[in-house]
Write a protein that binds this ligand. Sequence first.
Ligand code: GTP
Length: 186
Amino acid sequence: MLVVMQWSGAVLAGGSSSRFGQDKALYIYKGKPLIAWVLDSMAGASERLVIANRPYPGLEVYPDLWRGGDTLSGLHAALAHAQQDWVAVAGCDQPFLSRDFWCFMLEHTRADIQAVVAVLNDLYEPLGALYHKSLEGEVLRRLETGNLKMQALLHDIPLMALDKRALEARFGSYLFLNANRPQDLP
Ligand SMILES: Nc1nc2c(ncn2[C@@H]2O[C@H](COP(=O)(O)OP(=O)(O)OP(=O)(O)O)[C@@H](O)[C@H]2O)c(=O)[nH]1
């Protein structure tokens, strides 16, 4: 019997796009908004959540529950709102993530870890990663104590670290590209 794993997708879009100069989620790149590229990469999810604090027409938006913690606030809300145990979390500015990439990441989930994440030289890629819902309490504790660094969280939890260069070789050299400015996009 084929067992198909259920997972949630969450796109963080609660930032201020200050370096981008306009709401980057809605920036049209190669014919569609950046956020649509990311949502499309998560087409295999049982639900796709947009985590933001303002409405996006046509999309169901889930708010941060703890404000002011940057991407850690977004991760917390993603884990809190998600229905499934494993949650694919990405920025709204990562148009090169793909369905095949997420399938590959999901193949590396295990019962004894809480994240699947790319790493290079001890530096993790916190967005474009899988997180287990059981992390919600730990993330909230870090928000409460002002310990907002995603790298520190990832250093402290049991996870599967996948070689970033090997992932880029397989899924494309721009895989983890996040567009801080329009000119970052190829
Ligand atoms: N839900 C949520 N998402 C956030 C928050 N802060 C940043 N993000 C998202 O996390 C991703 C990475 O953040 P950044 O690249 O710094 O984006 P940004 O904050 O919009 O950009 P800058 O204002 O230029 O720093 C983007 O998709 C943001 O929308 C937050 O407080 N809540």
